[in-house]
Each structure stands twice: as C-alpha cells, then as structure tokens.
Design a protein around this ligand. Structure first.
Ligand SMILES: NC(=O)c1ccc[n+]([C@@H]2O[C@H](COP(=O)([O-])OP(=O)(O)OC[C@H]3O[C@@H](n4cnc5c(N)ncnc54)[C@H](OP(=O)(O)O)[C@@H]3O)[C@@H](O)[C@H]2O)c1
Length: 251
C-alpha cells in the first residue's frame, strides 16, 4: 500500500533495463519505495540494474519477462503478484525499430508492433486484473508523443504507440471506480540508449525529468502526463494541422 504521503511501497517494472524506468525506480526508492521487481529478458544488464538499485537500499528481485511471449504473461506476472501487493506497475518495454529497414522488411515492422502494442495489451490486461483484485494500485504506461500523429519518418513506431495509448486510455476507463488507476505518460524525445545517435529535436529531455513527472503524476493520480508539459500544446497544434501542411513539415 502507499504510505501516508502517497509514496508507493512496491514497484514492478516491465522492461527492467529501461533507462526511464530505472530513473523512476531510483526516484521512488529515494522517496522510500522498498520493494522493486525488475521484469525483463534475462541479461547481465538486468542483473546489473538490480544490483545498482539494491545499493540504494531497496529489496530488488528480477523475473524473466518477454513482451513477445504473451502466452507466459499470466504465469510470470501472477507469480510476482502472489508475493505481495504491487502499488505501481510501470510498463516500460518498447523498441524504436529502424523505420527505413522496417519498411523494407515487414517482419521487422511486425516485431515493433508486437513488442510495443500486442505485448502491452497482454501484459497490461494481466496487470490491470491483478491491480483490480487488490483494489488499489497504478498502471503507468510509457506511451509517446509519436503516437499523437503519425509522421512519415517514424510511422511504424508511432502507430504502435498510438495503439498502445488508445488501449491504455480505454483500460483506464474500464478500471475507473475499482480503486486501480491507469496513467498514460507521453514523453517527447528522451536521451536514453533508445535514442542514442539520433538528432535531438527541440524540447529533448532526460530520464530523470520523466521520472519526476511520473512521481508527481502518481501523487496527483493523473490520467495523462506529458514530458515536458509544454509538448501538450505543441502536439495539439500539430494534430490539427491539415494533412498537406503536416506532410511538408520537417518532423
Ligand atoms: N527514449 C525516448 O525518447 C522515448 C520517448 C517516448 C517514449 N519512450 C518509451 O519509453 C519506454 C522506455 O524507453 P527507454 O528510453 O527507457 O528505452 P530503453 O532504455 O532502450 O528501454 C527499453 C526497454 O524495453 C525492453 N524490451 C525491448 N523488447 C523487449 C521484449 N521483447 N521483452 C521485454 N522487454 C523488452 C528493453 O529490454 P532489453 O534490455 O532486454 O533490450 C529495455 O528494458 C519505451 O516504451 C519507449 O518507447 C521513449
């Protein structure tokens, strides 16, 4: 359960090596989150991430989780919830893909869609059911501004995030009144290994800034969080531009 200050005591990260998720875990541990589960593919990086969080004083466990193996999600996540209540599930896995390669290789494009969208549908539904059974807890979904309007330069990733975002909004409505809650987080460009080597657009931000926004959103029980906040107005304007104008923009 959250403590008297609304700080979650337990966190489950799906995508346990995500830089945004680990910045969020560090921030929550500093605010007294005690138990962290890092769910991810079984790599040395996952164990290193767990060791680093342990040095901050948290009780950290790792569990094997693959977004591309939805048949295993109920069993894997069920075991975590069976160990005790989870206050926050942070759905952080995702891949950017490579737009030009993925256009040439539809199988690679499908991998982006299956990781970011169908993997999240499965893991999101399993997590939501467990939170609902507890009667409390938040599912935080890392969507993206890329899902707001498909761009020529990344419409494969963007469409997977649009699907994820719509799914998470609907799931939030389904959980309304149950005690469980869904928060959709829409970051812009964040400096992590996912975006390493890419040209930085204006308003680029950091994993720590996203973590700060997530913590604040959890305290407020927000349904939607933009990072940085100014992107909400920018994306609203871009979303309403006529198609022919939008197509000519260098975005
Ligand atoms: N960076 C940005 O600019 C940005 C902006 C908006 C939204 N986001 C979203 O924020 C989330 C976190 O991104 P990040 O920047 O923190 O990137 P990151 O550090 O590259 O983290 C991505 C995570 O996804 C995991 N993952 C990929 N495929 C997986 C699979 N099949 N099963 C399980 N885990 C899998 C990776 O695990 P492995 O270690 O096993 O590869 C890693 O933990 C993503 O959903 C991303 O789309 C990022």
């Amino acid at each position: 359960m959250k403590d008297a200050f609304g700080i979650p005591q337990s966190l489950l990260v799906l995508g346990g090596t995500s830089e945004i998720a680990l910045a969020t875990a560090r921030r929550l541990i500093a605010r007294r989150t005690r138990t962290v589960w890092l769910a991810g593919r079984p790599t040395a990086a996952l164990e290193t991430a767990a060791s680093e969080l342990r040095t901050l004083g948290a009780d950290v466990h790792t569990v094997t989780f693959d977004a591309l193996d939805p048949d295993a999600h109920e069993a894997v996540l069920g075991k975590v919830f069976a160990e005790g209540d989870i206050d926050v599930v942070l759905l952080a896995f995702g891949i950017l893909g490579d737009q030009s390669r993925d256009e040439r290789q539809p199988v690679s494009a499908v991998r982006v869609a299956q990781t970011n969208y169908t993997g999240a549908v499965s893991a999101g539904l399993v997590s939501a059911r467990a939170l609902q059974a507890q009667g409390h807890g938040s599912l935080v979904v890392l969507s993206s501004v890329a899902g707001e309007r498909a761009r020529r330069s990344d419409f494969i990733y963007g469409s997977s995030k649009a699907g994820l975002d719509a799914f998470a909004q609907g799931l939030g409505d389904a959980l309304h009144g149950t005690g469980a809650h869904v928060m959709v987080v829409r970051p812009g460009f964040v400096r992590t290994k996912m975006t390493a080597g890419l040209e930085e657009p204006p308003l680029a931000t950091t994993p720590e800034a996203v973590a700060t926004a997530i913590e604040l959103g959890l305290r407020r029980r927000s349904e939607t969080v933009w990072v940085p906040g100014s992107l909400q107005a920018v994306m609203s304007a871009l979303r309403h531009l006529p198609r022919g104008v939008f197509r000519r923009l260098p975005v």
